[in-house]
Design a protein around this ligand. Structure first.
Ligand SMILES: Cc1cc2nc3c(=O)[nH]c(=O)nc-3n(C[C@H](O)[C@H](O)[C@H](O)COP(=O)(O)OP(=O)(O)OC[C@H]3O[C@@H](n4cnc5c(N)ncnc54)[C@H](O)[C@@H]3O)c2cc1C
Length: 432
């Protein structure tokens, strides 16, 4: 295939990966509406003893089991990773802890254990056996032929888990991983979430990029021929030879192909009505909105500092979501000393605004049995794109998995073959 002019809209993990890959063979223009690359656009400056340092927002973590390609990409680009302790505590919003586990790293593996604490005994007696049998039940469930065709609720019905197990353990964790409500989790295709939980519980340690997400995005962007910021795309319409991109300032440009690497709802918004089928498929991918704050308000943590863990899930039966807080000083180098610093997703306890350093509203796709069908159909439609449509889609919503960095990366790599660009030699096909 001759070199073509490709516009990639959006510079999150999907757009950066698509741009990095396609630029090996084609001329790529990466268009980002924000003032900097999208993957690390929401970082917040926080004071430390050594001056201001940037806290990644969200503070993304991953493990090798669920993110094999992200690991291999980092290895390939010489981006170093470090293990982080993501030991967790669970409590009610009044500050009472009911469960806490710690992690220990031995020989590059991570093992979780529970310290015997009298106060946790009643909860452990109620739910401990269910936590112990979870691995076995998940394995059995994933062997079922219908595991990808039923909702998560079916798993709990069939394996008879208590309400306490669901709402005080399983949901707070997965709701934070998926950035969605408990009700939305119940609608998730069960196979996707059970497989996600299974791999999260493996002994492969939780990791972060050294240098934060900025390190990865800078590395991916440097080989892309043309990277443009403040390039807000407002409309894309078909043209006889490709597609025309319209910008907010009224300028327009024609490209041979356009890859939309934005969120699905953002992609739908800019597509001209002549892309009717794509628009109706993208509409079936539903989003939920929630807030993330970076702050120093200790009232959002359970009691005194000796009770804190790197991750704290605060729950209340009044809410359909947990509040999840990461204790930054415990997980980010450079913040070990000094005032406590936190990142809280979904602050159910209103913070003291004077102690808030930054606030961001995020939208996250929620996977359902119907959205999976739409994503599948969109992938099939793209097989026609080279000669007919000239419009392509990738993003974390674009594979049958939890929408995370890995799925954004995989969906971008999968586009390569349509453009005559081979998958990287290290690429691992998703296991399910
Ligand atoms: C609170 C929270 C915590 C998370 N934690 C983790 C984690 O620990 N690990 C993990 O793997 N994942 C995590 N994720 C998920 C992960 O961040 C996303 O899956 C991933 O960033 C999505 O990447 P993307 O490239 O698909 O989309 P995005 O990152 O959303 O990128 C889309 C880009 O397109 C740009 N854009 C949109 N519209 C236009 C337009 N019209 N013109 C030009 N540019 C446009 C946007 O500015 C943006 O930069 C978390 C998400 C949230 C919300």
């Amino acid at each position: 295939m001759a070199q073509t002019r490709i516009a990639v809209v959006g510079s999150g993990i999907a757009g950066l990966t698509a741009g990095w890959l396609m630029s090996k063979k084609h001329h790529v223009t990466l268009l980002e509406k924000g003032p900097s690359l999208g993957m690390a656009q929401h970082g917040v400056d926080a004071g430390t003893a050594q001056g201001d340092k940037v806290v990644d927002v969200p503070l993304r973590v991953f493990n090798k089991s669920y993110y094999p390609n992200l690991f291999l990409l980092c290895q390939n680009l010489n981006i170093d990773l470090r293990m982080v302790d993501h030991g967790g505590a669970f409590g009610y919003l009044n500050g009472d802890l009911y469960f806490r586990y710690e992690n220990i790293a031995i020989g590059g593996k991570n093992y979780s254990y529970v310290l015997p604490k009298m106060k946790q005994l009643p909860w452990l007696l109620k739910v401990g056996w269910e936590i112990l049998r979870l691995r076995r039940d998940m394995k059995e469930f994933l062997e079922r032929d219908d595991c990808d065709e039923v909702r998560l609720a079916k798993f709990f019905e069939d394996f008879k888990y208590s309400r306490a197990f669901q709402y005080e353990f399983f949901f707070p964790i997965l709701s934070s991983v998926c950035t969605c409500s408990y009700s939305a989790l119940m609608e998730y295709p069960a196979g996707i979430l059970i497989h996600g939980m299974q791999t999260l519980m493996e002994t492969t340690p939780t990791q972060r990029f050294i240098g934060g997400t900025r390190a990865l995005q800078a590395n991916l962007a440097k080989s892309i021929q043309n990277v443009r910021y403040d390039s807000h795309v407002v409309r894309i319409e078909p043209s006889p030879k490709g597609a025309v991109v319209h910008y907010r300032d009224g300028v327009q440009e024609e490209y041979d192909h356009v890859i939309l690497a934005t969120q699905a709802n953002q992609a739908r918004e800019v597509l001209d009505v002549s892309y009717e089928e794509e628009r109706s498929l993208l509409e079936r991918i539903i989003y939920q909105t929630s807030d993330m704050i970076v702050h120093r308000d200790e009232r959002l943590m359970p009691g005194p500092a000796r009770k804190w863990s790197p991750v704290y899930y605060g729950i209340s039966s009044q809410y359909d979501w947990p509040m999840a807080t990461i204790w930054i000083n415990k997980v980010e180098p450079g913040f070990e000393e000094g005032e406590p610093l936190f990142q809280t997703w979904n602050p159910l306890i209103p913070p003291d605004e004077d102690k808030v350093l930054g606030r961001t509203t995020f939208e996250r796709p929620v996977v359902s049995l119907d959205s999976l069908k739409a994503v599948n159909r969109l992938a099939n439609l793209q097989k026609d794109s080279l000669d007919k449509r000239h419009i392509w889609f990738c993003g974390s919503y674009g594979t049958p998995a939890i929408p995370l960095l890995e799925s954004g990366l995989v969906s971008a790599v999968q586009l390569g073959e349509h453009f005559g660009v081979a998958k990287p030699s290290w690429f691992v096909e998703p296991s399910r």
